[in-house]
Write a protein that binds this ligand. Structure first.
Ligand SMILES: [Fe+2]
Length: 405
């Protein structure tokens, strides 16, 4: 194959910023609708002709800097197909097209074996490590790995933190510097902080004129934050600056574990919790968010994906008296479990400790404290859930990059 042409084509190896380990390709088969690639161990990927052409790395069809596609399905002729495909000497696949679709189109494209493997596999291929959900209760909460704040700058420890948070919905970091910008530093390393009516960074302290129960010294029963919002924040970080009070213990429970338990033990209650739409409304002088949503929600695969519950933001129930009564009893049973010794854990955060949690899964709270015996100061912020996966991909991209250097 013409080396000059190959070098030119290979300026952008893949149409993105990721690094893919090369894979050995055994064979390629051209079908009327697209390409079949056969890898070692008889693993096969399939690529639709038009789709493959849209993701070619040619600078006229994929921007060489942004790496975003410059063409659309409207540029692909109706009778577009693959004329020929072969494995090049350096392991790339060379695909010859039926049509040239841009002014300088050379009529063929080159594809990286690792990219073909990764994008063509029908199951998730992003991560090598196990990132499956692991539910927990009070009996095994202590088994969740604790992260060292002093090692967090190390990519390995940061990766461990991200994976733990994805799996368990919560991770505790200990020994971070007790400084005002620590929370923002850790949050920004994960991703973009989400602003809210409580501010980009909020300080949870006792206030004489509070705009939320969080700013009183009262016990905060287990809850999710911002249950009144259409899109409830996916992550919450809470960082302990000062905790000298005689109470103020942190409480947590795994909402997914409780949903699983209810599903196994009482399907009628489960159906009410996942079917009856509860009204939530925030009570503030400067905002008026309202939403109707079940306490337990599923994703498009029918798997529990969200718990939404803030007892003190629930609006009066609606419906027939019997339906309201049934739901009232169901939410009471749910909340009894949330606060039971089986599911709830309680512990004290010390200055320098941070809780990172999935706010659409983990319910959190605190015990009462005296406003006259010592100070309690937590700093908090929100992010979205998908920042975790993005951060994890970036860490892995970085690791592969360094390996290749
Ligand atoms: Fe909260």
């Amino acid at each position: 194959m013409d080396k000059t042409l190959q070098n030119k084509k290979n300026l952008n190896l893949t149409p993105d910023f990721s690094f893919y380990p090369r894979k050995t390709i055994r064979d390629v088969v051209v079908h009327p609708l697209g390409l079949e690639v056969i890898f070692e161990a008889d693993k096969r990927t399939f690529h639709l002709s038009q789709d493959l052409r849209e993701h070619a790395t040619d600078p006229e069809t994929t921007h060489p800097i942004t790496k975003e596609t410059l063409i659309s399905p409207l540029d692909i002729p109706e009778d577009f197909f693959i004329k020929q495909a072969e494995i090049s000497s350096d392991g790339f696949i060379r695909v010859v097209w039926s049509h040239k679709i841009t002014p300088n189109d050379e009529g063929f494209s080159l594809y990286h074996s690792g990219w073909l493997f990764s994008t063509g596999m029908t199951s998730e291929f992003d991560f090598n490590n196990d990132t499956s959900i692991k539910i927990w209760d009070a009996s095994n909460f202590d088994n969740i790995p604790v992260i060292s704040g002093t090692n967090l700058s190390d990519n390995k420890e940061f990766e461990k933190m991200l994976i733990t948070l994805i799996q368990y919905g919560v991770v505790i970091i200990k020994g971070l510097p007790v400084e005002e910008n620590t929370l923002e530093n850790v949050a920004s390393r994960i991703g973009t902080i989400r602003n809210s009516n409580f501010g980009r960074i909020f300080d949870v302290k006792y206030k004489h004129n509070p705009d939320s129960n969080a700013y009183t010294n009262e016990e905060l029963l287990l809850h999710n934050d911002l249950s009144t919002r259409e899109y409830i924040p996916g992550l919450q970080l809470l960082f302990c600056m000062i905790n000298e009070t005689d109470g103020g213990f942190s409480t947590l429970a795994d909402g997914f574990a409780i949903a699983d338990y209810i599903k196994d033990h009482d399907t009628e209650i489960y159906d009410l919790l996942s079917g009856y739409k509860v009204s939530f409304a925030n009570k503030a002088k400067t905002s008026d968010y309202r939403i109707e949503s079940p306490i337990i929600r599923h994703n498009d695969k029918g798997v529990v994906n969200e718990i939404r519950w803030t007892c003190w933001l629930r609006s009066p129930l609606r419906g027939s008296l019997s339906r309201m009564n049934d739901f009232y009893e169901a939410q009471k049973k749910f909340y009894k479990l949330v606060n039971s010794d089986q599911f709830k854990v309680e512990f004290k955060l010390n200055p320098g400790d941070m809780i990172c949690m999935d706010n659409r899964r983990i319910l959190h709270g605190r015990t009462r404290f005296s406003e006259t015996h010592g100070e309690r100061w937590m700093r908090g912020c929100y992010l979205e859930r998908d920042e975790l996966q993005s951060a994890l991909r970036l860490v892995r991209r970085d690791a592969i990059w360094h390996k290749q250097q």
